[in-house]
Design a protein around this ligand. Structure first.
Ligand SMILES: [Mg+2]
Length: 216
């Protein structure tokens, strides 16, 4: 039984607990163009045509142009977003047996809202959003290597809580989970579409979250 071997489960959010990529959802939810965001991030920043600082400046400018990029609006938006089917039930099930921790490549305000909604006390986000006194978004600190950031946060989490790496499982779906899957023996890949690299590192592969009950 795995319950005797592990005591901690690390959960990704985007694509694992939700269907969407929160970065683009934020852009659309604020009322800005997803295509512009894709152009800034995928077409120019990822391909080295735009520096980190300029990419950040353009993205914040895009979000701020909607006049919705404030804490109040974004908190409300994050509380309204839908989970995948069975998430609440699965998280409640996992809580009975394991310590849970969210490690996400998204922004802190979003991950905090998800942690609160699911009652998960431990969480880490890739990006800090920076607000002015009125609660308007003015800056952000983004780590381009999401997978390395997640591994760093995982190591911080286990050392702070005296957890053995060998007793951890990770549930994720994408590139940002690869470093954790490489590090941990019990990686569970949740994929609708094939992800060969993640699957090659995974202990188990599932299509629906409810299958977790048969594994953990
Ligand atoms: Mg994901």
């Amino acid at each position: 039984m795995l319950k005797e071997k592990i005591d901690t489960v690390i959960l990704d959010i985007d694509g694992t607990l939700t269907e969407t990529i929160s970065w683009y959802e934020i852009t659309e939810g604020l009322g800005a163009s997803r295509a512009t965001h894709v152009d800034i991030f995928e077409e120019r920043f990822r391909k080295g045509k735009l520096s980190y600082l300029d990419a950040k400046k353009e993205l914040i400018g895009l979000w701020r142009s909607t006049r919705n990029a404030n804490k109040k609006y974004m908190e409300k938006m994050f509380r309204s977003w839908k989970f995948k089917k069975d998430v609440v039930e699965i998280v409640e099930y996992l809580k009975k047996f394991y310590r849970l921790c969210l490690i996400s490549g998204s922004v802190d305000l979003y991950v905090e809202a998800i942690a609160e909604r699911l009652g998960i006390p431990h969480w880490y986000a890739n990006t800090d959003l920076i607000w002015d006194k009125e609660g308007n978004l003015v800056d952000l600190n983004y780590y381009a290597d999401q997978a390395a950031k997640k591994l760093e946060q995982f190591n911080e989490f286990i050392s702070r809580n005296n957890i053995e790496k060998e007793r951890c499982s990770v549930i994720g779906d994408g590139d940002s989970d690869i470093a954790l899957f490489r590090e941990l023996h019990y990686g569970i890949a949740v994929n609708k579409d094939p992800h060969p690299e993640l699957e090659s590192l995974a202990f188990k592969m599932i299509k629906e979250l409810k299958e977790i009950k048969k594994i953990l």
